[in-house]
Design a protein around this ligand. Structure first.
Ligand code: OAD
Length: 227
């Protein structure tokens, strides 16, 4: 992998204005569901049908024609287009595909992808745009990293973080590790660190530059300073 000049971590906040719920807001996804039930392997083993129903519901929501990339997703795609794919890496905690829809190419989905499923036996990953019926195939699980599981492509992410010039965190509350610790790695490596969020995150004091407001407004503006 070529080392990117800019590593961008995104979280649910970048997709909020596209109509997708964040996790920890009032009325957020985790207010209506028990994380242990729908986002752990133990919960899946307890009640696979209910867990599939939850991800089937999210998969439907994501494919609602009203759910589209917003100006923040488009700005990041433009940044990649202007600076070249090798220079801009998006590491997203989001399982939606709005970065892809906006045109970004260099993306790591560290928490998996909603529009993919994985065969538990052989690890094969396939695209999935419709409901999964557990009774039809008991080996297929959502391609989602649940709590207690190891996020994907961590070696590539740390390689990039230790050599990048910029680390920009967008729309994430800083509650979930290892993503919440990326800013410390980037700081130690001498990168410029920037937080773009609706409000200060838990790791606010670790960022050198912070800009607060809705992603669709502050991200395009900040991206212009990098182009
Ligand atoms: P959270 O719901 O924890 O945080 C979303 C952040 O986005 C908050 O800090 C909000 O203030 C901010 N926000 C909301 N609307 C925004 C807007 N319009 N513009 C900019 N910022 C906005 O979501 P994440 O930090 O992404 O993991 O959560 C991290 C992980 O926790 C998720 O990937 C998921 C979850 O449990 C798994 O499912 C494994």
């Amino acid at each position: 992998m070529t080392i990117p000049k800019i590593v961008i971590l995104t979280g649910a906040g970048i997709s909020a204005e596209s109509g997708l719920s964040t996790f920890r807001a009032q009325n957020g996804l985790w207010e209506g569901y028990n994380v242990d039930d729908v986002a752990t392997y133990a919960g899946y083993k307890r009640d696979p049908i209910a867990v599939h129903q939850f991800y089937n519901m999210l998969r439907h929501k994501l494919q609602d024609p009203k759910v589209c990339p917003n100006a923040a997703h488009y700005a990041l795609a433009e940044l990649e287009q202007k600076l070249g794919s090798d220079n801009v890496l998006i590491v997203t905690q989001n399982v939606d595909n709005l970065h892809e829809q906006a045109g970004s190419k260099n993306i790591i989905h560290m928490h998996g992808e909603l529009l993919k499923v994985r065969n538990e036996q052989n690890g094969q990953i396939t695209e999935c745009f419709s409901d999964v019926d557990y009774n039809q195939n008991k080996l297929i699980r959502p391609h989602i990293v649940w709590f207690g599981e190891i996020p994907l492509q961590m070696d590539e992410i740390y390689d990039a973080l230790t050599q990048t010039e910029y680390f920009i965190s967008i729309g994430t509350s800083g509650n979930v590790y290892p993503a919440a610790g990326f800013v410390q790695v980037a700081n130690q490596s001498g990168a410029k660190t920037v937080e773009l969020n609706l409000e200060p995150s838990l790791g606010e004091n670790l960022f050198q530059t912070k800009i607060y407001g809705p992603a669709s407004k502050i991200v395009p503006k900040f991206v212009q300073t990098l182009i």
